[in-house]
Design a protein around this ligand. Structure first.
Ligand SMILES: [Mg+2]
Ligand SMILES: [Zn+2]
Length: 189
């Protein structure tokens, strides 16, 4: 990635966490910082986004909290360490928004609900209409969330979804498909 980065005054990038920034576990949760593993190139990609003036917002379902698998405090600790590590490598996460609820709780914030995006818009005072805004995720749920929030959606194949052809049966198709967050930069920057 050696091309000059153009700074955009109003660029908002919503990122799912697991499978986009860090390793996605198919049958488990990231329960502690010890289990958190940055995906290769993710921190460099976050640095590039920061250099381009993008506001990066993490939007993530973490039902493990209300399932009692890890606590809200554990999640907060993982988030703090992730954010610090990103900052240390030249990136910046403006804020993270997590849904701790299980499907059974039928909340409005669990993706594919748009509650977390709406919360981010209100708390960070974002104007999505007057900005370029993206939602990057590794699952159908992320793509639906992004579409419902009127964001340009990018599916990355670095987590839950590994093959582009898996999207064939999806009602909502991603606007773009990239191998990973670094690949997604091609559409964002
Ligand atoms: Mg994910
Ligand atoms: Zn929720």
């Amino acid at each position: 990635m050696d091309k000059a980065v153009k700074v955009r005054p109003s660029l908002n990038v919503f990122l799912d966490r697991d499978g986009v920034i860090c390793r996605y576990f198919a049958h488990d949760f990231t329960k502690s910082w010890e289990e958190f593993e940055f995906l290769s190139g993710a921190r460099e990609a976050l640095k590039m986004l920061n250099q381009a003036g993008a506001k990066v917002i993490v939007i993530s379902n973490q039902s493990g909290v209300n399932k009692g698998i890890y606590s809200a405090k554990d999640l907060q600790e993982i988030d703090r360490r992730m954010s610090e590590a990103v900052t240390a490598s030249g990136g910046r996460i403006a804020a993270s928004f997590y849904c701790p609820h299980t499907i059974a709780e039928a909340c409005l914030c669990r993706k594919p609900g748009t509650g977390l995006v709406q919360k981010a818009v209100s708390e960070l005072n974002l104007n999505l209409k007057e900005s370029t805004a993206y939602f990057v995720g590794d699952s159908e749920t992320d793509i639906i969330t992004g579409e419902r929030s009127e964001l340009t959606t990018i599916l990355v194949l670095s987590g839950q979804t590994v093959l582009a052809k898996e999207t064939e049966g999806w009602k909502i198709k991603p606007d773009h498909i990239a191998p990973d967050l670094t690949g997604a930069l091609k559409y964002i920057l």
